[in-house]
Write a protein that binds this ligand. Structure first.
Ligand SMILES: NC(=O)c1ccc[n+]([C@@H]2O[C@H](COP(=O)([O-])OP(=O)(O)OC[C@H]3O[C@@H](n4cnc5c(N)ncnc54)[C@H](OP(=O)(O)O)[C@@H]3O)[C@@H](O)[C@H]2O)c1
Length: 281
């Protein structure tokens, strides 16, 4: 259990931007030891940080991505944290292969308690191929993943889903990303509706919407080089005056997925450092 008064000096330093301290300050009992989580798109960035955070909490983890050697090295890293881990090199837009993998991964872990839909096509544009990619990858990989995972989740004593959306869902101008923002908005609606639909079965569904998250090789890291002005504007737009880290998003996902969030469902938690200057009711 985190002792707030005892940790005040640490919290103050963490808030001043100490990466190491931000990484060590989560000490709340999440009750994830021995739980089984599946995270899509988890060899890099936010998905990788989510998988690592589950493993650090003692949960078994199944991951996927397209690049086979990245999958192998990620699985090895997760196993080195002392948990069961499995992975597959698949494209989540290949419906049959993807659904079959969700089922086989859940069986291999001996069941499934948590499903995290993280992959995105990251397709920004008005063109048909961007719409198609966002629908097939972001939207349908979430619904298909849930359908394949549902029989396992229904047998869990603490089942939950977390969908990774984006604050782009709230933006109509720069940053909205056309097909990207529209389909990310659809994901929030989908998760809210699913929360009502399967709440009576005890399954919780929540969304996490990150703001600009910077990490080596990621979208914002590339933009820092290709469009430094937009990179700097995004940093300035955040009330906290900086981009976020994958670990800061991962903590929100892992908390919402965990039994510690047992009465939270249908929520959309923005992890954006105050990028959206709207009133959140
Ligand atoms: N980064 C941000 O600033 C930001 C902000 C808001 C929301 N988000 C959301 O956060 C999530 C993760 O973003 P990220 O920036 O961490 O992405 P990323 O760095 O591009 O990582 C994506 C991960 O998914 C895998 N992947 C991509 N397409 C796949 C596919 N079709 N099938 C299977 N695996 C696939 C990638 O590996 P392979 O390439 O090997 O397949 C990688 O492991 C996305 O939903 C994104 O929309 C990100």
């Amino acid at each position: 259990m985190i002792n707030v008064s005892h940790n005040l000096p640490l919290l103050h330093q963490a808030c001043q931007g100490d990466e190491h301290l931000r990484a060590t300050l989560v000490d709340m009992e999440l009750s994830l030891q021995g739980k089984r989580a599946l995270v899509t798109g988890a060899t890099k960035g936010i998905g990788r940080a989510i998988a690592e955070a589950f493993a650090n909490e003692g949960a078994s983890v199944a991951i996927c991505a397209r690049n086979a050697s990245d999958v192998a090295s990620t699985v090895a890293d997760l196993q080195s944290r002392g948990v069961q881990a499995t992975g597959a090199s698949i494209d989540v837009s290949d419906a049959e292969t993807y659904s079959a993998w969700v089922e086989s991964a859940a069986s291999e872990l001996g069941g499934l308690d948590i499903f995290v839909a993280n992959v995105s096509a990251l397709a920004a544009g008005w063109d048909a191929s961007s719409w198609q990619a966002m629908l097939e990858t972001d939207l349908l990989h979430t619904t298909r993943g849930y359908e394949a995972a549902a029989p396992f989740l229904k047998r869990s004593d603490c089942p939950s889903l977390v969908v990774v959306s984006s604050v782009s869902a709230n933006l109509a101008g720069v940053g909205g990303g056309q097909a990207y923002g529209a389909v990310k908005a659809a994901l929030i609606s989908l998760a809210s509706q699913l929360a009502q639909e399967i709440g009576p079965a005890g399954i919780r569904v929540n969304t996490v919407s990150p703001g600009p998250i910077d990490f080596p090789g990621g979208f914002w890291d590339r933009l820092r080089v290709s469009d430094p002005e937009r990179y700097a504007n995004a940093r300035a737009a955040a009330a906290l005056g900086r981009h976020g880290t994958p670990e800061e998003v991962a903590r929100a996902v892992v908390f919402l997925a965990s039994p510690a969030a047992s009465y939270i469902t249908g929520a959309n938690l923005k992890v954006d450092g105050g990028t959206l200057s709207t009133v959140n009711y």
